[in-house]
Design a protein around this ligand. Sequence first.
Ligand code: PLP
Length: 392
Amino acid sequence: MEPPAFDLSGIATPAYVVDLGLLRRNLEKLAHVQQQADCTILLALKGFSMFSTFPLVRQYLRGCCASGIHEALLAHEEFQGEVHVYAPAFKPEEMQRLLPISHHLSFNSPAQWQRYRPVLEAWRAQHGRAPSPGLRVNPEHSEVEVALYDPCSPGCRLGTRAAALEGHDLSGLEGLHFHALCEQNSDVLERMLQAVEARFSHLLRQVRWVNMGGGHHITRADYDIDRLIRVVQGFKSRWPGVQVYLEPGEAVALNTGWLIASVLDIVGAPGDEANPPTAILDTSATAHMPDTLEMPYRPHVIGSGQPGEFPHTYQLGGLTCLAGDVIHRYSFPEPLQLGQKLVFTDMAHYTMVKTTMFNGVPHPDIATFDPATDRYQVVRRFGYEDFKRRLS
Ligand SMILES: *Cc1c(COP(=O)(O)O)cnc(C)c1O
């Protein structure tokens, strides 16, 4: 991902900065897919919920997918498009709040569907409309390498397996939902669909919509968009009249934002070959970019190389007191200076939505940069009160 096109010297850190021009570029790609494949693409809030950008996102996408009551409310309030909700289980009191604002509700099990079917029918009788019910299935086709992110791993609770559907009354279901990809290309979707069609043809004959979940890395440079279009078109020709939805999160915000941090101190014993010095930054791996520890992965820092590639190698460390709050090793052509700003790339998705205020570490600003107006704008700044409000 390219370096920021604005002057870093004047900005306060830490800050998540989304470039609205880059976000628009992603949205244009997604709009192309929607138009060519005749499908609907929703924003998965789980990956990217920066609602100040929704006026832009809604120029291209028709709505959001939410994984529960709070995301559904956010979609309803801030996006104002279609609200599609799935949750591993719903509570009755949540259902009452979801009914008036949801367009599609995907249930995780036939038991959840049976439990809420009368509630939906009563709502429809009273209001003349109700969310369209669907069932999330588990295609049992696994191509995700990291078990933490594999919804088809053995025993996974997400979605119902074909064998577990036997003997259940599935009448009334209008949709089929599956989410079984993670950062994958369209060849994986093609094979996934073969598994879905082999196992769930009885349900596919009945439904009027199919939601193919997220995990489609559509905006990545090497993603085969033409194949995606062919695959969706092929599916639609085999199942005429079925409306197709995709709900990527990561692909919407992929390579659209940075996390910018400052060097506060440099510690470590000189001459310790095995352990390079640590630059302590005003951010945190565990609090502000938890996927670097969970996934785990090594984010790129602009101007840096692998350890030893350039003459000056450092470990980058966070502000919490967790010993493991470090963000890998990086080398730089020049020694790092106190106050120097470091730019972590691709920090828009699965960051702001996953942060914590662990250890009271000051929270990054949420900011935008608009290349059309050359304007850097802090949308939200957090302080001590935000930390305190989550405790009591
Ligand atoms: C996580 C998730 C998504 C979005 O996945 P991405 O990998 O961010 O594209 C979509 N739908 C469901 C049900 C999810 O759990």
